[in-house]
Design a protein around this ligand. Structure first.
Ligand SMILES: Cc1ncc(COP(=O)(O)O)c(C=O)c1O
Length: 386
């Protein structure tokens, strides 16, 4: 019904993953399995809505309609058991764009902002660009899973942190945080007067029967200190539409966020973003359930391949999304040697783990949101170099 095996040539579409290979890796001769979008066509509901809009041919200023907000509300109620009121919703041209807005809204220059590392690189750079002090609480691995170091987390919060940026589920570790873990994080933030920006962009992609829990749904107290970022972009592969949904039941937090948003004149949004978001939330569920199965197949393929053919490269199976965190430390090569071998021998473009924090030294992130034949090719290339 949906063909996730189909190879679609993305070259020449100003596509970051393919068309920036030379700039990022120094060569175009490389299979790109890096930046976090997928090589699949979006659901028919999305392509059809975009086609209708193209044919209409008028692309004037647009705002986010009530009906697209209602579509989001129905989606999160059904998928995440999260009850959102329409007046809690605002927008942003993306979650990355929402981060500096939230940092400016909730903190002052020099304030401490906490993240859990290794984590999505813009968390690091945006805090520093906004001239706030970056604090990192490292996550650790035990018995094949990643966990919060509660002593370290609490000690950092206690040191005067003003904002905690949570990645739920976590990129690159693929953790779909449990309700208990989220409650503990949220309760500690309540205790120390810390606000939370909860980046839940990967929320719809829980794998292998894992469940995504929305932080703000855990308790009313936690909801009052939290602003949540969600988007249809990862779920339905429409990241180029630059559109996300920002939610808070706290009037104070929402008001402060909106003040920054409107002062930067970023509140209107893109016409294709609005139209495709509504179409995706109304008509993309069946496609998503097939996508999830396909991604699980790709993850299992890589996991089995590494175990059988390349045991020096290790991975923990992600609970969510299409990003794998690969550990190269047992290959005997240094971090820089791994980079060189990936580019020159394997001819494979992965994300450098060091960009996710010092805990990422020796690691690379691989994107398996692609046809299985591409993933197989990637693994053969990997094997040829390690
Ligand atoms: C955790 C996380 N947040 C945000 C983004 C990007 O968000 P946006 O495209 O809405 O700016 C990504 C993309 O990889 C991500 O993994």
């Amino acid at each position: 019904m949906y063909n996730f095996d189909k190879i679609i040539d993305r070259q020449g579409t100003s596509c970051v993953k393919y068309d920036l290979r030379k700039e990022v890796f120094g060569t175009e001769d490389l299979l790109p399995m890096w930046v976090a979008d997928m090589d699949f066509q979006s659901p028919p509901a999305v392509t059809e809505a975009a086609r209708r809009l193209s044919e209409h041919g008028v692309f004037g200023y647009t705002f986010r309609s009530e009906s697209s907000k209602e579509a989001f509300i129905s989606w999160v109620a059904k998928m995440h058991n999260w009850d959102v009121k329409i007046e809690w919703i605002t927008s942003s041209p993306g979650i990355v764009a929402a981060l500096p807005i939230a940092i400016r809204a909730f903190t002052e220059k020099g304030d401490k902002v906490l993240i859990q590392t290794p984590v999505y690189p813009p968390f690091h750079s945006i805090v520093k660009e906004q001239k706030r002090e970056l604090l990192c609480s490292p996550l650790y691995q035990k018995d094949g899973q990643y966990y919060v170091d509660w002593d370290d987390f609490e000690a950092k919060l206690k040191s005067g942190v003003k904002l905690f940026i949570l990645c739920n589920s976590h990129n690159p570790l693929g953790r779909a945080w449990s309700r208990e873990e989220l409650k503990q994080m949220g309760d500690l933030c309540c205790k120390y007067g810390v606000k939370i920006f909860s980046d839940e962009i990967h929320s719809d992609l829980a794998l292998f029967g894992n469940k995504h829990t929305v932080l703000a749904s855990v308790s009313e107290e936690i909801a009052q200190i939290t602003i949540t970022g969600m988007a249809p972009s990862k779920t339905f592969n429409i990241a180029g539409m630059l559109n996300s949904v920002i939610v808070s039941s706290s009037r104070e937090l929402l008001g402060a966020f909106n003040k920054e948003l409107t002062s930067l004149h970023l509140d209107l949004g893109n016409i294709f973003g609005h139209i495709t978001m509504e179409a995706a939330y109304k008509g993309g569920e069946d496609w998503l359930s097939h996508l999830i199965k396909y991604l699980e197949g790709n993850v299992n393929y890589v996991y089995d391949f590494l175990n059988k053919e390349l045991p020096a490269v290790k991975m923990v199976k992600p609970q969510s999304s299409f990003l794998l965190w690969l550990d190269f430390r047992a290959t005997g090569y240094t971090h820089d040697e791994v980079s060189e071998r990936l580019i020159k021998v394997a001819k494979l473009g992965l994300n450098d783990g060091a960009q996710f924090g010092t805990e990422g030294i020796g690691f690379r992130r691989m994107n398996i949101g692609a046809p299985l034949s591409v993933v197989r090719e990637g693994m053969e290339r990997l094997k040829s170099a390690f």
